[in-house]
Write a protein that binds this ligand. Sequence first.
Ligand code: GLY
Ligand code: MN
Ligand code: MN
Length: 436
Amino acid sequence: MTNTEMMIYADRRAKVLKALGKSVAVLKGSPLQTRSFDSEYAYRPDSDLYYLTGYAEMGSAMILDPNNGDKPFTLFVLPSDPAKETWTGRRLGVAGSKDPFGADEVYAIDEFEAVVVDRIKHADRVYTNLTHDVEHANKMMALLHQAQGLVARTGEGPKGIESIGVFTHEMRLIKDAHEIELLRKANKISTEAHLKVMAAIQPGMLEYQLQGILEGYCIQQGATAMAYTSIVGTGDNATVLHYVANRKQIKDGDLVLIDAACEYGYYASDITRTYPANGKFTSPQKALYEEVLNCQNAIIERCKPGVTVQSLHQQAVEILVDGMVKIGLLTGKPEDLIESGEYQKYYMHRTGHWMGMDVHDRGDYRKNGEDRILEPGMVFTVEPGLYIPLNSDAPEKFRGIGIRIEDDILITRDGYENLTHTPKSVEDIERLCSKS
Ligand code: GLY
Ligand code: MN
Ligand code: MN
């Protein structure tokens, strides 16, 4: 870790420590998840723990305790164990984890429970990471109970458990320069990977072959992983929003919707493009594509501090519905189609989400009962789409077509920066996908 990075993490911890007052934060690393029998999924650090420490080894945890004298930051790690390390990889161990991470004290993870109980017994509240790790949440309740028992009848003791997210998710919403660099890098690699797909795509290939090209490139470039399961849907598979089977053969005349992008340094990118397999959009495909693109470009243009994500979504719906009426996909007055929700049969998801360490990044979309206002440093996706199921009552020429176009937008002081430079105009895509 560089000195600058050490300072970034120390600064984040200082902010949380200040906000804690008489409370204590206890964060546990992600557990390994079983994939089959005795094999596990690749380990991925918990976003909040990593955000506050930069510590990426499994089996870790931390305490931030503003009332622990000059030792507010305690780290727990897997202890050195040469026999185990031969099998599962080298560990920094207790001694090797202190100075590089600026920890005030480091314990072996086996001591986690005893130290936590001791630290929280005089705390006001306990803030912890409440994620899919229900075992950890239950454990924290048990430790809270134990701590309360130690100070029974004194009027002291922790009053409850809350999500650390009230601090960290708010902080994570505004990206600093270091985070923006990682987001740019993730986007750059993913764009290059999409360019590889455009150069390779042709009828007869299998969806998973495109997936392999895209993911292979990302890993070769140092991506930590894909940011989410890649979606490669040909033909009407593109109308299934989170289609991840990716096993079908691509036919001449098909569009292929690819929603795939990498994570770099634990920061996500999230990119969708829709490509004509033979290098040329048919005219109904092109009509739909241009409406989605027109909507996406118009919404991106409106991104700036002061507007809300909710208003961007409403405007995207208005633009898309106008477009659907214009090309004859829907009939009626746009305002009625919006009022009745009829448009949702072809556009059923929201236009974007926060993005950062988690691809659907944490952070509230509403604050104090109001829609959240965009601020410099926020990053989110703009991803309108149109999905016409095969069995719909749409004009036949549109049936079975699915289109989504997705870019990642950073809000700047006076507008936005589009972090995604993957080509998306009809002309560029036809030129790059064409094999003739
Ligand atoms: N890749 C999932 C999404 O676009 O939200
Ligand atoms: Mn997305
Ligand atoms: Mn996506």
